[in-house]
Design a binder for this molecule. Structure first.
Ligand code: HEC
Ligand code: HEC
Ligand code: HEC
Ligand code: HEC
Ligand code: HEC
Length: 472
């Protein structure tokens, strides 16, 4: 019978092609898999090849074999119907009493098991590859570069993309694979928008994902935050702001402070525009079941569909893809010494160079270098000579800052992805806390400066409060 099938398959070009394709892809797959096991990882493309493309060929080849046989039989049948020569072959009779037939059946069964193992392994590895940060962050290459770069600098750089974007459970996995397939197509045909739109409207509710790691009712209490900035003067004068943020949370049976919005029993919902930058009516349900509607003072020009349930991401919309502004970046670089603060006017000049408009990153790097070196050569020739190393280091640092926040190719300029976690860089909290959202009886979503934080010091050179706190 083996001979019989071989005869049929080899006489049938379609099935023969199937055998060849299956065999070659099995060999390629096993080789790639062995390489992967040994520990070599060729990056996402090898992953895609090994665990998507090759198995696809493998399965296609397997399907071709019976298809070829079926086609041959149909041809023969049609021939009979047309009154031509009868089919030359009968379907074989499987007689298990014959040693040869038993052997054949065993061989086919064994091969089927091997095939099943190959397909299963491929699927498993494929899913694993798709879930890896490498795959998400680099498979689509330049498209995801901004998200991947900002992610790598964030507090979540050790959290996999899928832990926030998919979470556990089969239904979101399937949903994400469906939208993922569309994304693959949109990347191939360059159909995606630039910059990639935010917010992500079909993001899994943050309560499902963030709360895998963060305890939502944890009492955080007050959190001291010190913000260091530098002035635009020649001496780059340092100034500090100290805030006591009332993050709050649940304590006993009461809940208050900033995390009150996500405490048990509190539900805030709202309508907004597509970007969630302008917020319309806000609806609040309290744990005792009572209910309030804060009407916005002006109607939304273009309301988005549906009602949004406020969750973590309405404040922490940039937990991982954090784009900073040039001032804050230069402040941070000066504070930790990447940029030498003794260089005259370095804050003003670095920010000015960063804010220039450049067509490409290469152009930006070159012009930032010219701007800074040019400034010192022209205005401070002594400094340019004496501190040339510090100036070069400042140039490298500024170029790095630009390349971590701006992608002209994706149309991402400074501030393209604002953070809602405050109210200085973007409207943030003040989208609701504007004293303009009011209930019928006049209760407002307050903008009182002491509601969310105590301002312990603001833009002071040497705040007394910090000295007091540092006392032993
Ligand atoms: C800590 C959780 C977290 C991790 C880890 C994470 N993301 Fe995100 N990501 C988010 C959130 C939250 C948003 C949506 C913000 C919004 O809707 O306002 C987002 C948005 C995005 C967007 C839309 C553009 C944007 O910036 O809003 C892309 C693309 C994206 N993520 C890709 C990735 C990739 C690729 C990785 C892994 C390299 C990753 N994410 C890791 C939380 C995360
Ligand atoms: C897989 C676990 C995990 C998930 C999921 C996760 N986080 Fe985190 N998150 C962490 C860890 C770990 C840290 C602490 C990082 C550190 O201190 O270096 C952290 C830190 C933070 C911080 C403090 C950041 C700072 O600047 O100190 C915030 C805020 C935060 N996460 C919000 C979120 C939000 C919002 C989500 C959901 C979109 C989320 N996290 C999802 C593990 C996670
Ligand atoms: C109303 C806005 C808002 C919401 C909603 C919100 N947060 Fe926060 N969260 C904040 C602010 C503001 C801070 C303090 C930020 C800072 O220190 O810069 C903070 C701080 C944190 C921190 C750091 C706390 C620490 O120990 O220092 C974590 C972790 C965190 N949030 C997680 C979450 C998670 C998870 C959710 C959803 C269940 C959530 N937040 C919902 C505004 C919010
Ligand atoms: C979608 C609208 C909305 C946004 C955005 C929002 N809030 Fe609120 N917030 C409310 C509402 C509604 C209340 C209840 C007002 C009242 O007491 O009548 C409230 C109350 C508060 C309270 C008082 C809670 C208590 O102890 O009773 C704090 C603190 C607060 N918000 C902080 C913030 C911070 C910080 C942000 C930005 C990171 C923010 N909120 C963003 C809607 C919002
Ligand atoms: C609804 C809550 C809320 C209210 C009301 C509020 N703030 Fe804030 N404020 C915040 C949060 C959250 C931050 C940012 C914390 C961070 O950077 O992580 C902040 C930051 C600041 C900062 C430091 C910003 C910086 O980068 O230097 C100043 C200054 C400030 N607020 C002043 C005020 C003043 C003045 C008022 C009264 C008009 C006010 N705030 C009302 C929530 C609030």
């Amino acid at each position: 019978m083996m001979k019989n099938i071989f005869a049929k398959v080899s006489r049938n070009p379609v099935s023969l092609a199937g055998v060849v394709i299956t065999t070659i892809s099995a060999i390629i797959f096993l080789t790639l898999f062995a390489i992967d096991l040994v520990g070599f990882s060729g990056g996402p493309y090898v992953g895609i090849m090994a665990f998507f493309v090759v198995p696809a060929f493998f399965v296609a080849g397997l399907l071709l074999i019976p298809f070829g046989l079926w086609r041959a039989r149909r041809k023969a049948r049609l021939a009979v119907e047309a009154g031509e020569e009868p089919p030359s072959e009968e379907f074989p009779i499987i007689d298990l009493n014959m040693v040869r037939v038993r052997k054949t059946v065993l061989i086919i069964a064994a091969l089927t098991v091997v095939n099943a193992v190959i397909i299963a392994t491929a699927t498993y590895k494929g899913v694993e590859v798709m879930g890896s940060t490498q795959f998400c962050g680099t498979a689509c290459h330049s498209v995801m570069a901004p998200e991947f770069t900002t992610y790598q600098r964030s507090p979540h750089s050790r959290v996999k993309c899928v832990e926030c974007h998919i979470g556990s459970g089969a239904s979101w996995f399937v949903k994400s694979k469906l939208s993922g397939s569309w994304q693959l197509v949109s990347v191939l045909f360059k159909l995606y928008e630039r910059p990639i739109p935010t917010p992500v409207h079909n993001l899994r509710p943050a309560r499902d994902t963030c709360e895998q790691c963060h305890w939502p009712t944890k009492f955080v209490g007050d959190r001291l935050k010190v913000i260091t900035k530098f002035d635009e003067d020649e001496a780059n004068s340092e100034k500090k702001t100290a805030l006591l943020l009332h993050v709050g949370g649940t304590q006993g049976s009461t809940s208050r402070g900033i995390h009150w919005h996500v405490d048990r029993g509190v539900h805030v919902t709202y309508v907004s525009d597509d970007k969630r930058e302008n917020i319309g009516d806000v609806d609040l349900t309290l744990p005792d079941g009572s209910h309030r509607i804060y009407k916005a003072s002006t109607a939304l020009a273009k309301p988005a569909k549906g009602v949004r349930n406020m969750d973590c991401v309405d404040c922490h919309n940039r937990p991982s893809h954090i784009y900073r502004l040039p001032e804050g970046e230069v402040d941070a670089a000066m504070q930790d010494g990447r940029i030498d603060r003794s260089l005259p006017f370095i804050h003003r000049e670095a920010v000015k160079a960063l804010k220039g408009s450049y067509a490409t990153r290469e152009e930006a790097s070159e012009k930032i270098r010219q701007a800074l070196q040019g400034f010192y050569t022209a205005s401070y020739p002594d400094v340019a000579k004496a501190k040339s190393q510090a100036i070069d280091a400042a140039v490298v640092s500024a170029q790095g800052i630009y390349n971590s926040n701006v992608w002209p190719s994706m149309k991402i300029a400074w501030g393209a992805y604002p953070s809602f976690l405050g109210h200085t860089a973007a409207t943030g909290c003040f989208r609701c806390h504007d004293d303009e959202h009011k209930t019928a009886d006049g209760r407002k979503i307050s903008q009182d400066c002491t509601l969310c934080h105590s301002l312990l010091a603001q833009d002071e050179a040497d705040p007394k409060i910090l000295k007091d706190l540092a006392q032993p």
